[in-house]
Write a protein that binds this ligand. Sequence first.
Ligand code: NAD
Ligand code: TYD
Length: 352
Amino acid sequence: MKLLVTGAAGFIGSNFIHFLLAARPDSRIVGLDKLTYAGNLENLEGLEGRGRFSFVRGDIADREALDALFAERDFDAVVNFAAETHVDRSIQDPGVFLQTNVLGTQTLLDACRAHWQRGGRWAAGKRFVQISTDEVYGSLGPGEQAFREQDPLRPRNPYAASKAAADLLVAASCTTHGLPACTTRCSNNYGPYQLPEKLIPLMIRNALRHEPLPVYGDGRQVRDWLHVEDHCRAIALVLQKGRPGEVYHVGGRGERENIEVVEMLLAILARETGDAGIGEPLIRHVTDRPGHDRRYAMDASRIQRELGWQAQIDFEEGLARTVRWYLDHGDWIERVVSGEYLRFYELNYAGR
Ligand code: NAD
Ligand code: TYD
């Protein structure tokens, strides 16, 4: 299986590449990434040179570059992780979210069609997987039923709106052109290689430095935490067996209030480090995010029924594993915060 994985140097993309190379010995992967501030090539260090993975710097909104790549390598499948992903940034500056998440996704769809469709017929065995999010459904109240695939899309922030637009464009390509695509919508991921602008790695780093832990508003917002390894297993299954045109939810069965997650992190960190300075006095309730979605929860019964997937990593165990990863990779996180990671490409790839 020859795969194009976009957003390869990001958090989930890089985890997926590690996962798939190990799980599918027949896979050969090209990782494409624009290397925005969120792309960290160190996440893929050591994979090249073993013959099954290569990295290309490029933009999913650059049709010429995509055409050249498709012409050179005959991909069987595309998995699209590439996106601008941080809600807070989308509130400040939504333009780049539309450029990548909406126009970029359409450009990628167009490239697939140009290279996979001949005389109105699709080449056999092709597959496109769009990686989407529970945020496209908007916000749930405390007692409300978890989101189901047929629920209406009601995005409430620019990031979510751009992802919903991308999902609709993928659906339109399926309907109009017969594109063999599946869309996965997952809940909040956690695990190795996540940028410390997101809740869990940010709180770990701040706690270790005895810096304040900024909890938005009352901290009672609920997210359904999914370990990235469980997520990768779900995507691999959808890639292999998902029904074209279908949407699959991937949920963690791990609903927790933010404040509870922060308290759990503090307890694990205090235990692991024995540092008496790590504790609840570090928590600061700060101004809430505008339009902050109160609760997300995913009903993942379709993927369980059809593909036999369910989340296996219990949140407490997964969180403890994640904390240990960040403790063991303090140098990784500091190179991210200092910006040194951005030089990795120039030092190792530029001029090749
Ligand atoms: P991330 O921000 O860590 O990584 C995104 C990657 O995309 C980066 O490497 C970045 O350089 C790359 N990129 C950005 N613009 C690009 C462009 N125009 N062309 C090529 N590459 C580009 O994000 P992530 O957390 O790994 O998320 C991956 C996907 O999963 C996204 O589509 C996101 O919407 C979705 N998702 C993530 C979560 C989560 O909890 N992290 C939850 C639901 C859905
Ligand atoms: P985040 O990791 O940004 O993911 P998302 O907004 O996609 O859910 O945030 C997870 C939750 O944590 C969300 O409810 C916002 C909250 N949060 C804080 O309370 N403080 C922070 O510093 C951050 C980054 C997030």
